[in-house]
Design a protein around this ligand. Structure first.
Ligand SMILES: NC(=O)c1ccc[n+]([C@@H]2O[C@H](COP(=O)([O-])OP(=O)(O)OC[C@H]3O[C@@H](n4cnc5c(N)ncnc54)[C@H](OP(=O)(O)O)[C@@H]3O)[C@@H](O)[C@H]2O)c1
Length: 338
């Protein structure tokens, strides 16, 4: 299987990504046991299929080490020159408080060492507490480290539009913001996506398949019990659905998506991913991968083989119109973390 050219996006002048990124929170331990050797072996299947881009973080358990191991094995099999085919986007999530240059240097050195790279492709920065403006110091230090060639590009995760504006006004060049964005959580539509479009910033999205809830598996099913919600993702997005309008309305969404999926000979998850890939400012959708446990490679590849039409959008919007406004309930992007 090879993905079509439309699967690629020129993310920065020097980095092309697969528009469906492989998410590695799923190896952190909060989504079931992951066997390291099997996990790393399966990373090759994603790459060979065309899914060459990985999203991870310093705090996703062994994710950065898996990238390091995978790159070593990849170089052995394919030659070091081909390592350029892999894109690995990590995050730095420091504890709140004062941020010194030393702390930044240490964090970047640690991630680079674990991942086996001289220079990080992308560093996505997270900040817990906006009442502490040290995030600007952190970003200025990160920009200095970037100028020294240890980070290719700076990015954010879970920042709101107001703070993104402040960062932009401080002349710190941000290439992307990673946010929750799905047919259930449409908060980025309101302010984030228009701001990003105006400032040449893209969005990387998560939660787009709602931990797997947005699939045939849950169509026509009663609300899953606590025990059935056996990954951190399923729990997270089940809560999101409760806020958005509840399980019955979610079933109405799945019922609306099913004939759309059948019409295009794809899956419900494909329709959900395609919808967000086509939204303004979106560079890529991150889909979580429980490496060595479950995979949806062939199904997710179908995302690149069809287009939604206005009648499909209308059916989705008819259900969305009945939902609560998550912006009013939670706030802007990332406010659920604060
Ligand atoms: N920045 C942040 O704060 C943040 C927060 C959350 C996530 N993320 C990023 O986003 C990634 C995704 O995490 P997520 O929590 O949002 O999970 P998700 O991508 O919404 O859900 C992943 C799960 O969906 C199921 N799935 C995937 N493709 C499918 C398909 N075609 N059909 C049916 N089910 C399918 C799989 O379940 P099974 O394994 O059970 O088959 C998979 O484990 C993370 O790994 C991380 O990189 C970032």
């Amino acid at each position: 299987m090879t993905l079509p050219a439309s699967s690629r996006f020129q993310f920065t002048e020097d980095i092309s990504i697969c528009r469906v990124l492989n998410g590695m929170w799923q190896v952190s331990g909060a989504h079931g046991y992951i066997e390291p050797a099997r996990a790393v072996a399966e990373m090759f299947a994603y790459h060979d299929a065309g899914f060459t881009t990985w999203d991870l973080a310093d705090h996703y358990g062994p994710a950065e080490d898996f990238i390091g191991e995978y790159r070593r094995e990849f170089a052995k099999r394919n030659g070091a020159a081909r390592l350029a085919e892999i894109q690995a986007f990590t995050k730095w999530v420091p504890r709140p408080g004062r941020i010194t240059r030393r702390m930044v240097d240490d964090a970047i050195a640690r991630s680079s060492k674990r991942m086996g790279v001289e220079c990080l492709d992308l560093l996505q920065f997270h900040w817990w507490d906006y009442s502490d403006p040290s995030y600007l110091d952190a970003l200025k230090h990160l920009a200095d480290v970037q100028a020294e060639g240890k980070i290719r590009h700076l990015a954010l995760t879970n920042f709101d539009t107001e703070r993104l504006r402040i960062i932009t006004e401080n002349q710190i060049r941000i290439v992307s913001n990673q946010v929750q964005y799905s047919l259930v959580d449409r908060r980025p539509d309101v302010a984030m996506a228009p701001f990003c479009r105006a400032h040449n910033i893209t969005l990387l999205t998560y939660g787009t398949v709602l931990g797997g809830l947005l699939s045939e598996k849950f169509l026509g099913r009663p609300q899953p019990s606590r025990a059935e919600l056996n990954t951190a993702s399923l729990q997270k997005y089940s809560n999101m659905i409760d806020g958005w309008g509840g399980w019955e309305l979610f079933q109405a969404l799945l019922r609306a998506l099913k004939p759309i999926a059948e019409k295009h000979r794809v899956s419900i998850a494909n329709v959900g991913v395609r919808y967000i890939l086509d939204a303004p400012a979106v560079a890529g959708v991150i889909v979580g991968t429980r490496l060595g446990v479950a995979e949806h490679i062939a199904d997710n590849a179908r995302v690149f083989g069809f287009q939604l039409d206005p009648s499909d959008w209308a059916k989705v919007e008819a259900v969305s119109a009945k939902s609560r406004d998550l912006g009013k309930l939670i706030g802007d992007c990332g406010d659920e973390y604060r």
